[in-house]
Design a protein around this ligand. Structure first.
Ligand code: NAI
Length: 781
């Protein structure tokens, strides 16, 4: 091209980044990699090739881990864990800091290797992936430093099994490894089979940083290796990022193993443009939302919702912008769109798009390389909300969209999806944007921005986008547990009867559904006896239909979630007051059921606990996180929604209150299965609910067999989370049944709790009763 032509076309010349150092590093390693176990690289074994998706060139050969490799890596991590934790927060902080420094020193090598292996534009690897990975290690060095003073009484979980995807190989590694190490855990990590090279370079960095051997272990291989890791009994916590299908599989495989689990899964995030938005900024935002990393981003703004009045103008501007995107050699610093991760992924996207026969498809007429896994930026407008492309994650550079008329319709369309990872809202009217943000079912909301990330700002989803948060103190808590050894909980059996009739008037407690006492659907009751064998009463046996009715009632009581904390507190105080007026009644009923003499103490503890949660109702606030961008990340605490609760069997009243208290205080509605052997106190508590202005449907109480009912409750698609504190061994069933809609679970794993202890209330419960929604707002300069 002549200079004159360049002036005429204003075309960019190529500005390729040199890949010489990255190739030299690969050659240094012999182009064949083993695993990184116990501080050394193992000899390469049978494996597979890792290719540059932009050219098809083989970059290296990787080893497919065997069961023995996984065994060895878990054993190495186990051996290293105690000493690593005992180094203490400040000791570990030094190591994390050293890793951050080395990532910084080798920033360009990491960026180039990432681009070679993944196909992403060097501009992104250099300016986003690698700096964010460094920031993650620096930030978590800080959390480790402060851990002991800020989170007293907490300890590491142990050995973490971490499986990551191919879209942000180094960044996802840092999101997993940094918090795990900061909290005192050790790690076995498996990178995705298409993109393992920067993880292996990171292993090299761990060696250089003098990280104690066994603290970080990296094994390579496919999904089978991933499954061996997550299922391994030596793993205490699993952290996964990837597809929803694999997340569900991991939930099933780990059910009942007593492991911690966080899942960061797929998304189909709405990108909402109101008619008063700065349209040019919103178009520019879209480039980052859907064409960043070729759309292979879990939180990509992949569903465009534009207000009708500006839709045409907006689509025109967008098409114009698309025609100016540059696609090509990912190592060229001037290009916007690189290669997709692998031809397989490109073909998957192409097939999905080819199957769509509605809407209008626009593809920019831009140069598309003839070889390599390239796919042109694509816009499909005029789809209906139910179209498969509006519902399914495409995970490619394909934007689909429709229009809306009113803010209410925008919210409804945005939420009409099984996912709930992120959302972007564009409007120059901050009143409108801040009104819409809380209504969106998403773990992250960006206002007049998109795809912003920071180590201080929690990230994660709701619904089938998974559970758990990464980043900030909020994310760190997924790598910690209360210090001390838990005791085993023995199953509590009901007392058998001796045939003595019940003295006095026959009392017939009923189920409590939607604010009304209800007979059980099945028409069966069960006799409850005192330790002496004397009959104390008959309680209904709930069935699946009763569960459905109760969940429906709880769903209908959504106004509770919007009730201000102050008003919720008033009702909790009122409950405490009314319970206090009937202390003796409740106390003697507890004594009669349990055969112990702790009734009075239990009622008093229950009253105090209600007071505590009334106090918390307007005080368990979110946090405003400072982020190094022109904005602020508000980590809001939102109610989870409808929580299914299997109450503790022991402490029939205090156990119930320990569940109702945090659930109600944070604005949730609950469906509770009362203590199985001692259910009378829960049903009697209905009278307190009825006289304390608790709106119908907020609390629903059922009685019956935990083992039979829990799977129905945990499997119900309209339940958002399940807590199980039953003394029967049902944690596994609950976790397994929860996999359907990937609801959050909190189970006791057969461990006992002292319900009278101060640890049986407070922050840990409130965290379970809330979701963190991170709202990024423009703030300051
Ligand atoms: P994937 O979910 O299969 O792979 C992610 C990771 O999980 C890889 O390391 C893989 O080896 C591992 N894995 C696979 N099966 C496993 C199992 N049974 N147990 C444990 N680990 C297992 O993602 P894939 O197949 O590469 O992509 C398919 C679709 O998933 C994409 O088109 C996209 O829609 C979605 N996806 C979403 C991601 C996200 O960040 N939300 C990331 C990657 C893919």
């Amino acid at each position: 091209m002549t200079v004159r032509e360049i002036y005429d076309t204003m075309a960019y010349g190529a500005a390729p980044e040199s890949a010489a150092d990255a190739y030299a590093w690969l050659v240094d390693q012999g182009d064949r990699f083993g695993h990184f176990i116990d501080g050394v690289f193992t000899d390469p074994g049978e494996g597979f090739e890792s290719r540059n998706p932009a050219t098809g060139e083989v970059l290296a050969t990787l080893t497919q881990a065997t069961a023995e490799d996984v065994e060895e890596s878990v054993a190495a991590a186990r051996k290293a864990q105690g000493r690593w934790e005992r180094l203490g927060g400040p000791g570990r902080a030094r190591h994390l800091y050293a890793l951050a420094r080395l990532l910084q020193k080798h920033a360009r090598l990491f960026a180039v290797l990432e681009t070679l292996d993944n196909g992403k534009p060097i501009r992104e690897a250099r300016d986003i992936d690698v700096p964010l990975a460094q920031r993650h290690f620096y930030f978590h060095a800080g959390l480790a430093q402060l851990l002991e003073s800020e989170r007293p009484g907490q300890q590491a979980l142990g050995v973490c099994g971490q499986v990551i995807p191919w879209n942000f190989p180094l960044l996802m590694l840092s999101w997993k490894v940094a918090p795990a190490l900061a909290a005192g855990n050790t790690v076995v990590l498996k990178p995705a089979e298409w993109t393992s090279l920067t993880a292996l370079l990171f292993a090299d960095i761990c060696r250089q940083a003098g990280l104690p051997k066994g603290v970080v272990n990296i094994v390579t291989g496919d999904g089978e290796v991933g499954e061996m890791i997550v299922a391994h009994e030596g793993i205490d916590k699993v952290a996964f990022t990837g597809s929803t299908a694999v997340g569900r599989r991991i939930r099933e495989v780990t059910a009942g193993q007593g492991k911690g689990l966080t899942l960061e899964l797929g998304g189909k995030s709405p990108y909402v443009v109101f008619d008063d938005a700065d349209l040019d900024s919103a178009v520019e935002g879209l480039v980052d939302a859907i064409w960043f990393n070729q759309g292979q981003v879990c939180c990509a703004g992949s569903r465009l919702l534009v207000q009708e009045g500006v839709a045409e103008r907006f689509h025109d501007k967008l098409r114009h912008r698309m025609a100016n995107l540059r696609m090509g050699n990912p190592l060229d610093k001037c290009i916007d769109i690189g290669a997709m991760v692998d031809p397989v992924q490109r073909d998957r996207v192409a097939e999905m798009v080819a199957a769509c026969d509605s809407g209008q498809t626009y593809r920019a007429d831009i140069d598309t390389p003839q070889t390599g896994a390239f796919y042109p930026p694509t816009l499909i407008t005029g789809l209906s909300p139910a179209d498969p492309l509006m519902q399914e994650e495409i995970f490619g550079p394909v934007l689909v969209g429709t229009t809306f008329r009113t803010p209410a319709e925008a919210v409804q369309l945005a939420n009409n999806i099984r996912y709930g990872l992120a959302a972007s809202v564009w409007s120059e009217n901050l009143n409108l944007a801040l009104d819409v943000a809380p209504k969106l079912a998403a773990g992250v909301v960006w206002i007049n921005g998109t795809n912003m990330f920071d180590a201080a700002a929690p990230f994660g989803g709701v619904r089938e986008s998974g559970f758990g948060r990464e980043g900030g103190w909020e994310g760190l808590s997924a790598y910690l547990k209360p210090a001390g050894q838990p005791k085993k909980l023995k199953p509590l059996e009901p007392f058998p009867g001796n045939g003595d009739p019940e003295p006095g008037i026959d009392r017939t407690p009923k189920l409590y559904i939607g604010g009304k006492q209800a007979r059980p659907d099945g028409g069966y009751s069960r006799a409850i006896h005192a330790r002496s064998g004397k009959l104390l009463g008959q309680v209904p046996i709930a069935n699946r239909k009763d569960i459905r009715n109760a969940v429906e009632a709880a769903r209908g009581a959504s106004a509770w979630s919007a009730t201000p904390g102050h008003s919720r507190a008033q009702i909790l105080y009122y409950m405490a007051e009314n319970l206090s007026a009937r202390t003796d009644d409740f106390a003697s009923r507890i004594n009669a059921q349990t055969g112990a003499r702790t009734g009075k103490r239990e009622v008093e503890a229950a009253i105090t606990r209600l007071f505590s949660y009334a106090a918390w109702a307007d005080k368990f606030d979110g946090q405003a996180h400072g982020v190094p961008l022109r904005g602020m990340a508000l980590a809001m605490r939102e109610p989870v929604g409808v929580i299914g609760v299997i109450c503790p069997d022991e402490a029939p009243l205090l156990g119930l209150i320990s569940m109702i208290g945090p659930a109600m205080a944070m604005g949730n509605r609950a469906v509770l299965l009362a203590s199985e052997p001692f259910p009378l106190s829960a049903l009697e508590f209905v009278q307190i609910l009825e006289t304390s202005d608790v709106p119908g449907g907020v609390v629903n109480i059922l009685t019956g067999s935990h083992a039979e009912l829990a799977p129905h409750l945990a499997g119900h698609a309209d339940v958002d989370a399940v807590w199980s504190f039953s003394s029967s061994d049902i944690s596994g069933e609950v976790e397994r049944a929860s996999a359907g809609n990937l609801k959050r679970t909190w189970v006791n794993n057969g461990h006992a709790r002292d319900w009278f202890a101060p640890e049986a209330e407070g922050r840990a419960f409130l965290e379970q009763a809330t979701e963190v929604k991170t709202v990024w707002v423009p703030y300051g300069e």
